[in-house]
Design a protein around this ligand. Structure first.
Ligand SMILES: O=C(O)CCC(=O)C(=O)O
Length: 424
């Protein structure tokens, strides 16, 4: 018996083996080229089990090539091979019957989007679309990926302050992350807010003079403003694999990145906020990877004042718990930071203050200040206290314009989802 998705997935492939692309470049070992030819032949003679096995072999072998060197030195040929491995593995999985695990197939597709190269006119994204269709229901759902939170076995109890908390299996109630206090802002440092300014007003008063401003009322019509919540993200993206930043801030030595499903991220870092655990889904590929989320947002109209095309705009997702910090840093493009869920505190310093902010010397961190804004060391950074800044609490529905290269420090005051648009 075959899964119900199989006919739709099969229809994405060329009708004959002869038309199946042989796109592997010269860097790929002959043995892998042979595996790929054999896997393609298996598809057309209906031996999908073998096709899946070969796909897994190609994935494993190319994985070593992808991870054996610096990412920027990895050749596109091996990334292409990795994506073909993923495709064959998923074809094998999807053709299977009862034991077809949709979440595992989605995981493999995401690995291809994250690490591989685009193949066969973006076939992997098309497979994801079919797998994500709620009408394809014959797969095995694994407990970790179920969107229903009630499956979790941990007992809910009350902590010492009467708040509901989850006990660990040994009955210990974990210490909860204290919610950050809402800073009180001073009138003369507060970033001004304007409601729906005209393009010309924004250009004359903020873009040309390079002044920060909060724009109110310009994204009220984006579907995300009504739809997005933790539950919604779980529903549309829970089973998707994404990179997550682990650690309090990227300047810390123990900071790292890890791949996990959105559900794992939400369960372990959003809903379970222990001080020792910090995770941030901060990613510029998220909207390319998860099209359902991209459909919920727009592009701020003011981006048309830039010189680039819409395709040149980088859209980043920032999803994390209260207390998540992005250390003081600057970026090389203009930025519209749109706040969708929760509030964020931001502090901005103009480029002219760079000397007082003590950027790191290293080429990797030259755009990051050494000063810990929450706890500045006046002995090491004596001029920092004199640096002039502006600040704001960015609320849902607002966009903050951060001029190019302005330094910005960000702290989430609530569970927060923001979307930033880097444009020039
Ligand atoms: O929201 C954040 O944590 C950081 C945002 C940011 O740095 C950016 O959009 O450039």
């Amino acid at each position: 018996m075959q899964s119900s998705v199989w006919p739709r997935i099969r229809s994405l492939l060329p009708p004959t083996l002869e038309e199946f692309p042989q796109e592997l470049g010269p860097e790929v070992d002959g043995a892998i080229v042979m595996c790929m030819k054999e896997a393609a032949a298996c598809v057309y003679r209906g031996d999908l089990g073998r096709c899946g096995q070969l796909g897994e072999m190609i994935m494993d072998y190319s994985w070593e090539k992808l991870n054996g060197r610096n990412w920027r030195d990895v050749s596109r040929d091996w990334r292409t091979a990795y994506s073909y491995g993923c495709l064959f593995k998923v074809l094998g999985d999807c053709a299977g019957g009862l034991e077809f695990n949709k979440d595992e197939a989605l995981r493999v597709c995401d690995m291809s989007l994250l690490l591989g190269a685009e193949i066969m006119d973006n076939v992997i994204s098309k497979v994801i679309q079919i797998l994500s269709d709620p009408l394809s229901k014959d797969s095995v759902e694994t407990p970790e990926s179920t969107t229903d939170l009630t499956h979790r076995k941990q007992k809910r109890v009350r902590d010492t302050q009467g708040n509901e908390a989850e006990a660990e299996p040994n009955g210990h109630i974990p210490e909860k992350m204290p919610r950050p206090l809402t800073p009180v802002l001073c009138a003369n440092t507060t970033i001004p807010t304007v409601r729906c300014p005209s393009l010309e007003h924004f250009r004359q008063n903020y873009l040309i003079p390079q002044e920060a401003v909060i724009l109110d009322g310009v994204i009220d019509h984006w579907p995300c403003m009504k739809k997005w919540s933790v539950e919604y993200i779980q529903k549309v993206a829970g089973c998707r694999t994404v990179p997550v930043e682990l650690g309090s801030r990227y300047t810390d030595a123990e900071w790292s990145q890890s791949l996990m499903t959105v559900n794992e991220f939400i369960d372990n870092y959003i809903l379970d906020q222990r001080p020792a655990r910090r995770g941030y889904l901060a990613q510029h590929q998220l909207f390319e990877q998860i099209r359902e989320l991209k459909e919920d947002i727009g592009i701020p109209d003011y981006c048309c004042l830039g010189e680039g095309d819409e395709d040149d705009i980088t859209i980043n997702a920032w999803f994390g718990p209260a207390g998540t910090v992005s250390p003081l840093h600057q970026d090389p493009q203009q930025n519209f930071l749109a706040q969708i869920v929760g509030r964020k505190y931001l502090r901005l310093y103009p480029v002219s203050e760079t000397r007082r902010l003590y950027p790191f010397d290293s080429s990797l961190l030259h755009n990051t200040s050494q000063v810990d804004i929450d706890n500045p060391d006046a002995d090491k950074f004596p001029d920092f206290a004199q640096a002039a800044y502006q600040e704001c609490i960015l609320c849902p529905g607002q966009i903050l314009f951060i001029p190019v290269k302005w330094w910005h420090y960000v702290k989430a005051l609530d569970i927060s989802f923001s979307v930033s648009f880097w444009w020039s």
